[in-house]
Design a protein around this ligand. Structure first.
Ligand SMILES: Cc1cc2nc3c(=O)[nH]c(=O)nc-3n(C[C@H](O)[C@H](O)[C@H](O)COP(=O)(O)OP(=O)(O)OC[C@H]3O[C@@H](n4cnc5c(N)ncnc54)[C@H](O)[C@@H]3O)c2cc1C
Length: 268
């Protein structure tokens, strides 16, 4: 197995934690077709890199063949493990970007974190044919099986699990309303830009196309969606850095979204 450069400073990323003000929502009734057994998810499996696609100057998508992948729900993540020849192990969480129907394959989209051990290995060393280990899927909390209106709010690589939801919505031709608000520094740094459609409103914080305002995500982006919610209301999914998650969930609550219908995934 090809492995990351050993580094004594590297530690596994912390597990995601809900914000202190967050009330845990009720669990979804997961449709049987894409239900995932806990046992299979506990086993490390070999994932073979089959393709690398550049998304932005700093992010690429890595496609893997995982023949015994147990399946996942849009929004879930996995654990990825690299082992060096001397036995040193680096383990990280990554959201699954692909839709559940992509049988036997999964896709991850990684930002190249400066000095980052695992993301650095993927962006500078990894090539098709390399093998890593994955275990999952993990965490049903941030999953969206497609059974209720979904308001997706992400920033940077926080769009990754949300894209799995968008892809699932399209693949199954679902009628249930779905909207994506995504923040990026510039159009060049908007991950999946080519794939985003009418469901998406991009927000640019540093540079925008002519005629589009530059600035942070604001009440003006969120309020219209909450002023006329779909029947049954939105289930909101927020994903990004800690700072973005706080900012976006505050905007949602101020616009009237019930706090117990906001699910948050933090990338740290
Ligand atoms: C549930 C979950 C899902 C995630 N999904 C994704 C995903 O889909 N795509 C993705 O790119 N990342 C994702 N992450 C982040 C990922 O787990 C790693 O933290 C990230 O790839 C950095 O790991 P590294 O080994 O490259 O860097 P490390 O060697 O761990 O860190 C190098 C340096 O960068 C800093 N750093 C670490 N993480 C970040 C970060 N995210 N942003 C900025 N600076 C950082 C560290 O403080 C350190 O100084 C997810 C995290 C969680 C908890």
């Amino acid at each position: 197995m090809t492995a990351a450069t050993p580094s004594p400073a590297a530690t596994p990323s912390p597990a995601t934690a809900p914000s202190p003000s967050f009330t845990p929502p009720t669990r979804f009734a997961v449709p049987g077709r894409i239900a995932v057994g806990d046992q299979a998810a506990a086993v490390w499996q070999t994932a073979t890199l089959t393709e690398v696609r550049r998304e932005t100057p700093y992010a690429s998508t890595f496609r893997f063949a995982v023949p015994h992948w147990p399946g996942h729900l849009p929004g879930q993540h996995l654990m990825l493990r690299l082992t060096a020849e001397d036995g040193y192990v680096a383990q990280r969480h990554y959201s699954i970007a692909s839709a559940p129907d992509d049988s036997g394959h999964i896709e991850l989209t990684l930002d190249h974190v400066e000095g980052g051990e695992v993301s650095g290995w993927f962006h500078t060393v990894a090539e098709p044919g390399d093998e890593v280990e994955v275990r999952g899927p993990v965490s049903g909390f941030f999953a969206w099986p497609g059974d209720r209106p979904a308001l997706l709010v992400g920033a940077g690589s926080g769009v990754v699990p949300l894209m799995s939801m968008v892809r699932h919505h399209r693949a199954r031709d679902l009628d249930v309303p779905l909207r994506l608000l995504v923040s990026a520094r510039s159009p060049e740094e908007l991950i999946y830009a080519r794939e985003l459609g009418a469901e998406t409103t991009p927000v640019f914080t540093r540079k925008a196309p002519e005629g589009v305002a530059v600035g942070r995500m604001a009440a003006a982006h969120v309020a219209p969606l909450l002023a006329e919610p779909p029947e049954g209301g939105w289930e909101a999914y927020v994903c990004g850095s800690n700072a973005f998650a706080e900012h976006a969930s505050r905007l949602l609550v101020e616009a009237g979204q019930p706090v117990d219908r906001i699910r948050i995934e933090r990338f740290g």
